[in-house]
Design a protein around this ligand. Structure first.
Ligand code: ATP
Ligand code: MG
Length: 161
């Protein structure tokens, strides 16, 4: 169904604000005016963003996390970026694999199972969207996600009825 992406981003940001504040990190949300709605399952979109923001909080200290949305022809572009520890180019290729964690075993800080991003990717695929990562060690990470708007999602259907 049509989803107000800004609403979901704001909800997820406020959920993680206390946790981020403990790490002296702010979470900011912004979107262009009159953003079209995404054609998505709102609960699944929330799950996608929660996984991305949870990671951003986990790997960032004294920094900034931002959630941004803007429209593109047929799509909504969503970015979740942080100023945290970053991910090396080799690891950027591996993070989508189930159970993969950078520095497995060594990092006591990271208690996750390594399923978060594998689930995110599946959910994005099911929506007919795309997701990619850009990152630099010591600088931070950006996850960029595209979700179809209603017309794109339903295109190819029987337009006569
Ligand atoms: P889970 O999400 O299951 O609790 P997890 O967070 O370790 O566990 P993923 O969310 O799949 O698993 O992420 C995989 C790995 O990618 C992480 O363990 C971490 O090493 C790296 N990673 C993910 N997001 C970031 C980020 N924003 N900054 C730095 N590293 C990240
Ligand atoms: Mg995770």
């Amino acid at each position: 169904s049509p989803v107000d992406v800004y609403r979901v981003m704001s909800h997820v940001a406020s959920t993680f604000e206390p946790e981020a504040a403990e790490k002296n990190t702010v979470i900011e949300v912004s979107a262009e005016e009159e953003l079209p709605k995404a054609y998505a399952d709102p609960d699944r979109l929330e799950q996608i963003l929660k996984n991305l923001v949870k990671n951003a909080v986990k790997f960032t200290e004294d920094g900034r996390i931002s959630l941004k949305a803007r429209s593109e022809p047929g799509f909504i572009q969503l970015c979740v970026s942080d100023t945290g520890i970053g991910i090396s180019p080799d690891d950027q290729e591996m993070i989508w694999e189930r159970f993969f964690k950078v520095d497995r075993g060594r990092s006591k800080k990271n208690r996750g199972t390594g399923l978060g991003l594998a689930i995110v990717r599946e959910l994005v695929d099911l929506h007919g969207g795309t997701i990619s990562v850009r990152s630099e060690i010591g600088k931070g990470t950006v996850f960029e996600l595209r979700l179809p708007t209603i017309h794109t999602a339903l295109e190819g259907g029987n337009s006569s009825c």
